[in-house]
Design a protein around this ligand. Structure first.
Ligand code: HEM
Ligand SMILES: CC(C)=CCC/C(C)=C/CC/C(C)=C/COP(=O)(O)OP(=O)(O)O
Length: 306
């Protein structure tokens, strides 16, 4: 079991923390896709927004998501120290004191929401605030330590960015941003459980009730397949409702068929070999590319339809 240096008392946090550790707290790699889906929501929206305000809105989504990730790591600093994948994060590794992280997370949350409200409108700011609160209170504090379905409901936090981007332009929420919300919402379980299948022992070590730990691999594979089917319906909904055109239609059809193929391979397997690039890793990696492709296609289509 990996044990963090700070927990074992080997080191104490040094102050002030390096700026790189503050950046690390915001989970910048995950944020790329969060920002991209938010940007696509903004670009697909009808109407005009000044480029400076558009940039500010996207910055606020990035800062809000970074703030939520920071508060998540502040709350989970002890658990993160127990998992190999997360033990080297700034807090469990002892490179930052918890209070700095808490102040940074709260400050950034308030700043991002206020700036969004002042720069665009208070609907966009309100949805941003809801997504931060949802990620911190509903997912991290309430659901994650309690139920194996934690990411199904909690994952809603990550589905809000396209809605925020859209609302920043239009001041309202209509069918397309709701459809995009649904797509990310039903994409999250296969995205995460594919990863959880090959880092299962990590979650068990930290006592986090992730699905493969609680219900086993077979049940997780079945659930990945189940949510992939619902995600496929959500991916095709914008086409069937006439909200998007042929570019999205083709991308969604081919992209989802490949997703379903990879998910089926995961479903069929009975045991994963963590040392190899198995179907689980392939599905996880492809899940990220998939969302980039579909959201990019939404924007291209909306431009062609305009
Ligand atoms: C509750 C929902 C989710 C959970 C539990 C989850 C979990 C994870 C985990 C554990 C990783 C491994 C890498 C890391 O620790 O940084 C990861 C990677 C990633 N996630 Fe998710 N995720 C969720 C939702 C999302 C959403 C909504 C997005 C964006 C729309 C997203 C985008 C990504 C990306 C881009 C990576 C790859 C990062 C890299 O290249 O290292 N995730 N996710
Ligand atoms: C605008 C806004 C607030 C957007 C929120 C976007 C967001 C934070 C989505 C969730 C993504 C994510 C990395 C979850 C990790 O779960 P985890 O924290 O359980 O992962 P861990 O095991 O790596 O700590």
């Amino acid at each position: 079991m990996a044990s963090s240096p700070i927990m074992s008392g080997a080191i104490s946090p040094t102050l002030p923390a390096h700026w790189r550790d503050f950046v690390a707290l915001t989970k910048p790699r995950v944020m790329t896709l969060v920002v991209f889906t938010g940007l696509c929501g903004l670009l697909a929206a009808p109407g005009h927004i000044h480029p400076v305000l558009a940039f500010t809105a996207i910055l606020c989504i990035a800062l809000g998501a970074g703030a939520a990730a920071t508060l998540n790591q502040w709350y989970e600093k002890d658990m993160d120290g127990l998992m190999k994948r997360t033990a080297n994060r700034p807090l469990p590794a002892g490179r930052m004191d918890p209070q700095s992280a808490l102040h940074f997370g709260v400050g950034l949350s308030v700043f991002s929401v206020l700036l969004m409200g002042i720069a665009t409108n208070w609907l966009a700011a309100g949805v941003l605030a809801v997504s931060i609160l949802f990620y911190v209170f509903i997912y991290t504090i309430w659901l994650k330590p309690r139920t194996a379905q934690n990411i199904v409901i909690g994952g809603a936090a990550g589905a809000f960015p396209p809605v925020i981007g859209w609302a920043a332009v239009t001041g309202d929420i209509s069918a397309l941003p709701v459809a995009l919300f649904m797509l990310i919402f039903f994409w999250t379980p296969p995205h995460f459980w594919a990863l959880a299948l090959f880092v299962k022992t990590d979650y068990a070590a930290a006592g986090i009730p992730m699905l493969p730990v609680v219900s086993g691999e077979v049940a997780t594979r079945r659930q990945i397949w189940f949510y992939t089917a619902i995600m496929a319906a959500a991916a095709m909904a914008p086409v069937l409702l006439g909200l998007t055109g042929p570019v999205y239609g083709t991308t969604a059809l081919l992209g989802t068929a490949l997703f379903a193929f990879f998910a089926f391979q995961v479903f069929r397997r009975r045991e994963s070999d963590p040392s190899r690039m198995g179907p689980e890793r392939r599905l996880f990696k492809y899940s990220i590319l998939y969302l980039f492709l579909l959201f990019g296609a939404v924007v291209v289509d909306r431009w062609l339809m305009a």
